[in-house]
Design a protein around this ligand. Sequence first.
Ligand code: PEP
Ligand code: MN
Length: 263
Amino acid sequence: ASREFQEHDSVFDLGHGVKVGGGSLMMIAGPCAIEGEDILLEIAQAVQAAGANVLRGGAFKPRTSPYSYQGMGEEGLKILRNVGDELGMPVVTEVMDPRQVALVDRYSDIIQIGARNMQNFNLLAEVGQTNRPVLLKRGMSATVQDLLMSAEYILANGNKQVILCERGIRSFDNSTRNLLDLAIVPNVKGLSHLPIIVDPSHATGRPDLIPSMALAAVAAGADGVHIEVHNCPEKAMSDGPQALLPNQYAELFAQMKKLATLL
Ligand code: PEP
Ligand code: MN
């Protein structure tokens, strides 16, 4: 992962002509969880029209409570694949279990490792044996070195396509869901050739703070921004309170684009 190993920025192909790294931005949007085909298609069309180039949606959800909605599983993966193909968008979804890596690899263009599994080394080794780009989210109490070492597990297994993601870390302050560490972007850029994106949705948990933090991420040099969008947040099965509405996302996207052209 080190700049000493490779001086130039890594650039990865994500499918459908989308790239990340070296100036290409990976703009991920979509609902926290896949809830059905019609609703996913509606959200996907809206975020694509706004400018998003990667569609997200969870089929296996890492919920704090076992009694919360756990996701649609393989049925959800099929829906995500169908919608991605219909719109010509690469898709990203989380895998939580080494035994499900082959299944997720069959349906998804990009494999997400969630914050809670950043140091699940067997899972990292397993995705390291696929040819899919991996979106590796920072653990909620992981240092920058911990994150880079987890990336190393994937790289050491032969998969060179690792995209890092800052999604906030735990702090003493509960006024936001997590504490967004934006300095990690230029910090990692000095240390590593891997792309790094920012997820202000899970970092703040607050729609009123997401737009300014998304813009700050672009200004800090992030290789992309990951945002949860839902067309009916009050009915969402997961993370509704932090979802942006499609029109809020469209407004934000236009601002991010404008800012990116100034840099
Ligand atoms: C998610 O992206 O829906 C998610 C669960 O994120 P994190 O792993 O960052 O909490
Ligand atoms: Mn979520």
